[in-house]
Design a protein around this ligand. Structure first.
Ligand code: SAM
Length: 279
């Protein structure tokens, strides 16, 4: 099972360093190194890339990323108990692994990385969506990363790749698909993790586009989408009442119907409306 490198099996690493999983830290560890190498491969060719990993824990995915040829891995881990185990991996892969003991929400990670950059992480559930939204809404596009390969609860993964017309479609789908290609590349049952979570998980791969799919001002689009989905059962003309006094005219000028509901409107439709509102 543990054939990808010469380091000890992860169960031994966890026992040696007393890394009992903590729920408060969102800790569900992957212990099968063949599986972590498979997840690393979903990110594409890692050779010649810096990889950012949030939450390496005992280092299962980190070892997968290094074994798959990442030029350098920058791993940000909040739980100081994991540092000794990660230090052993650093020693086995000289000059290729940098570990920072920090909260990923407090750090400008791009300052520590050299392009091209891929982000690959089994994210802690409590900060996963917040990190994704930050990566998708940088001040400038293209962003610092080429691709994101991220493990989420399956329900979150489905919201990222959702198409118009269903309950899963909303702000996360629009933010994700406006400027990236997004698809689910793997599904994992609870038993793949220690301890097993209550729900299934999925890996999503997002590839940044050079240009947004449709022109729109990012801030205006974000404001409209937030307002529209905040009251998703209402018609656009009611949900967007606060956006502009003549919103009904602007909805019509964008080629939409004032009676449409947010979940029926495509990304192209929201971008057309953002242009009408900004104009
Ligand atoms: N990558 C490991 C694996 O696949 O087995 C662990 C994944 S576990 C789901 C999430 C990891 O994120 C834990 O190691 C946890 O300590 C760490 N973590 C939680 N919150 C964090 C934060 N705000 N910043 C950085 N790391 C965090």
């Amino acid at each position: 099972m543990s054939t990808i490198d010469t380091l000890p099996p992860l169960r031994d690493v966890i026992a040696a360093h007393g890394l009992t999983a903590r729920k408060s830290m969102g800790q569900n560890f992957l212990l099968d190194l063949n599986l972590t190498a498979k997840i690393a491969r979903q990110a594409g060719d890692l050779r010649g890339h810096d990889v950012l990993e949030i939450g390496p824990g005992p280092g299962g995915l980190t070892r997968g990323l290094l074994a798959e040829g990442a030029r350098r891995v920058l791993a940000i881990e909040k739980d100081a108990r994991c540092l000794a185990a990660l230090g052993d991996i650093s020693a086995a892969y000289p000059d290729r692994l940098t570990v920072l003991n920090a909260d990923a929400l407090d750090l400008d990670t791009s300052a520590h990385l050299t392009p091209p950059i891929r982000v690959v992480s089994n994210l802690p559930y409590n900060v996963g969506t917040e990190l994704l939204v930050r990566w998708l809404t940088p001040p400038q596009w293209p962003p610092f990363w080429d691709s994101l390969t991220l493990m989420f609860q399956k329900e979150v993964a489905q919201r990222i790749v959702a198409q118009p017309g269903g309950k899963a479609y909303g702000r996360l789908a629009i933010l994700s698909q406006w400027r990236a290609d997004a698809r689910i590349v793997m599904e994992l049952p609870p038993e793949a993790f220690t301890p097993p979570p209550k729900v299934r998980s999925a890996v999503v791969h997002l590839q940044a586009l050079d240009e947004p799919r449709f022109p729109a001002d990012a801030k205006t689009l974000s404001r409209i989408v937030a307002a529209a989905f905040n009251q998703r059962r209402k018609m656009l003309r009611a949900a967007l009442k606060g956006v502009a006094p003549d919103i009904e005219d602007r909805i019509l000028a964008a080629g939409l119907k004032p009676t449409d509901r947010a979940e029926q409107v495509s990304i192209e439709g929201f971008c057309a409306l953002a242009r009408q509102v900004a104009g």
